[in-house]
Ligand binder design. Sequence first.
Ligand code: GLU
Length: 442
Amino acid sequence: MTVTRFAPSPTGYLHVGNLRTALFNHLIARKAGGTFILRLDDTDPERSKPEYADAIREDLEWLGLTWDREERQSARLERYGEAAEKLRAAGRFYECFETPEELELKRRKQLNMGRPPVYDRSALKLDEGERARLREERGAGHWRFLLKQERIEWEDGILGPLSIDAASVSDPVLIRGDGQVLYTLASVVDDIEMGVTDVVRGSDHVTNTATQIQIIGALGGTPPAFAHHSLLTGPQGEGLSKRLGALSLRDLRARGVEPMALLSLLARLGSSQPVVLFRSIDELAEGFDMAQFGSAPTKFDENDLFPLTRQYVQGLDFEQVRGKILGLGVPEAQAERFWRVARENITVIEDLKGWWRLCSEGAAPEIAEEDVEFVQAALALLPEPPFDENTWADWTARVKAETGRKGKALFMPLRKALTGQAQGPDMADLMPLLQRVPGRDA
Ligand code: GLU
């Protein structure tokens, strides 16, 4: 059975980059009828916050990315301890005592000599007595996994066949001196014990994957199928890291972006399939194909979210927006007409507010200087609200007869006087909704 997981650290808000990872894993599980796990990687007690965990759940719920199970790494520390014991017993785990400064010095020396900055394994040469002395002097050491120096190979679901020379990678630290279990170990133990079959994550994890494949082997597990998606960049190819705050899911939500617009864009961006609007996650899952994604960085332009949002919103049925419309104070009898009139003129649902304000309070009229007299004369001919479907035709016919204006010169100043805009709804349809005539009923 297919089991995938989304494994954010609750140390901040989710952004579009995280969402891509969540979405791919979700779609793989849904397409296969499998299980999708939300796993909170919260082994760092200082940086992990319950508020962020709540925010992550809230964002995923908003998007409809439902999960079948939730796991928290902080509740599984014993399991990681057991795995560490197993690695120790297998001779694949060793204690090191270098300080960060010493490690940095070694790194710089290696780089100066033109060598890759790979940990030199000095700690392996310590005998029991030296270790005891160092422990006494410096406190408990940190623990590294002893990599087998061979090529680590896997067939990546996006990047194709990959091969990494373990000799070019430092033995990863899995437990810190203060006892904190690091992500690499916790993740591997979870993936094995939770039966995770497919892992999709960002290409910044490729080296982790190589080491994790060996750790999984050392723990007697079978590696899942790995796939690494490219990282998102801005529209010009610039790094997104500084802008990710503004591209948090809650920020996009506050700007009126619709979940299906966001999901539709991210499920296709960077693939050879065109971006189209999907109206449900099921449809999205059906057409999802990881083989279509490329390895090149993927350009993301938040502006692309708005045409998709508009398309989504304009395609909603009255029943889907009824509650929202009544909530604005639109009388029940006018609600359906209001939706018909406003829908073509909005991008985000919140835009309905502006249209209802216009109907109920009147817009700030826009009247060109040369039209002032004309508009005044015309408004004098307009009866008192309430208006009906015939008001616009009757009124403009009278204005035409009285002023001699016709065509655009007749209609445009009147539209602008009543709506404050040159474009917008069909006026005959709008008139019955207008409760006040600005510039006249002031
Ligand atoms: N917590 C890790 C991250 O957010 C998870 C990576 C993984 O999918 O294994 O980068």
